[in-house]
Design a protein around this ligand. Structure first.
Ligand code: BTN
Length: 247
């Protein structure tokens, strides 16, 4: 089944191994000129960042957008920022109380320190084509258990039962709205919005660098969406591949 929201095509599947992998197939088969969203009711091999799996039961949202990169690839780190803000804006609409809704750099959406959503971005940059695959998982009906962190889901905190189709439509809209700031090269807007909603901004955190746990304070984010952490007396700048956080 296909439908259109803001001129984005949405392709729906009952079951896929991973919506990111399906988006990759679409890119290699048809090189789409416009974004195509792949949505699945469930995934049998859902992937998270690093080596993690993404538990993918029916009732939660699993989607990936195959996005032709129509901006300078130097701005790609901002896509990670705009995607996080898009999910934040989308889920915010469903919550009775948004005070404890935060974005944990780079891409996790937390509610009361429990994970509500995760994003996996994979890029295809070749001489022939430039695409980004932004894979988004939102816990709508289930909060997966037995993970190294706590999770939460929208139905657990919303006053009404959340309709998955509504969530995807609203996500496509907020994704496109925030993406416009990359086309306009407006890093300031995105980084400021990120900072205003960032988990533990200006607070101490424990982070893992080269398998060592270190303590430091999140002091800022650069316009390339790197994190600036103050440890002892020096400020260090890291990209998302270098550090991870305990929470
Ligand atoms: C993370 O927080 O580790 C990222 C999780 C990303 C999960 C989504 S679900 C839809 C898309 N397909 C996948 O296999 N992974 C992403």
């Amino acid at each position: 089944m296909k439908d259109e929201v803001s001129s984005n095509e949405i392709v729906r599947f009952k079951s896929l191994e991973s919506t990111n992998d399906e988006a990759k197939k679409i890119i290699s088969n048809v090189s789409p000129k416009k974004p195509i969203w792949v949505v699945a009711d469930k995934q049998t091999k859902g992937r998270g960042r690093g080596q993690n799996i993404w538990v993918s039961e029916i009732g939660n949202l699993f989607c990936s957008v195959a996005l032709p990169i129509l901006f300078d690839t130097k701005l790609l780190p901002l896509l990670s920022c705009s995607s996080s803000i898009a999910v934040f804006d989308c889920v915010k609409e469903y919550l009775p109380n948004t005070e404890k809704l935060k974005i944990k750099w780079p891409n996790d959406i937390l509610l009361n320190d429990s994970k509500l959503s995760g994003i996996l971005i994979e890029n295809i940059i070749t001489n022939e084509k430039n695409y980004s695959i932004v894979g988004i998982g939102i816990n709508v009906a289930h909060s997966p258990t037995n993970l190294s962190h706590e999770t939460n889901c929208l139905n657990n905190v919303c006053e009404r039962k959340v309709d998955l189709k509504d969530v995807i439509d609203s996500l496509v809209k907020s994704f496109n709205k925030n993406l416009l700031h990359i086309y306009k090269n407006d890093a300031d807007f995105l980084i400021n919005k990120f900072k205003n909603n960032s988990w533990r901004y200006q607070k101490n955190i424990q982070f893992k660098l080269n398998n060592k746990v270190i303590e430091g304070k999140i002091v800022d984010f650069t316009n390339d969406f790197e994190i600036m952490i103050q440890t002892d007396k020096k400020i260090e700048v890291f990209n998302s591949g270098e550090v991870s956080f305990n929470y």
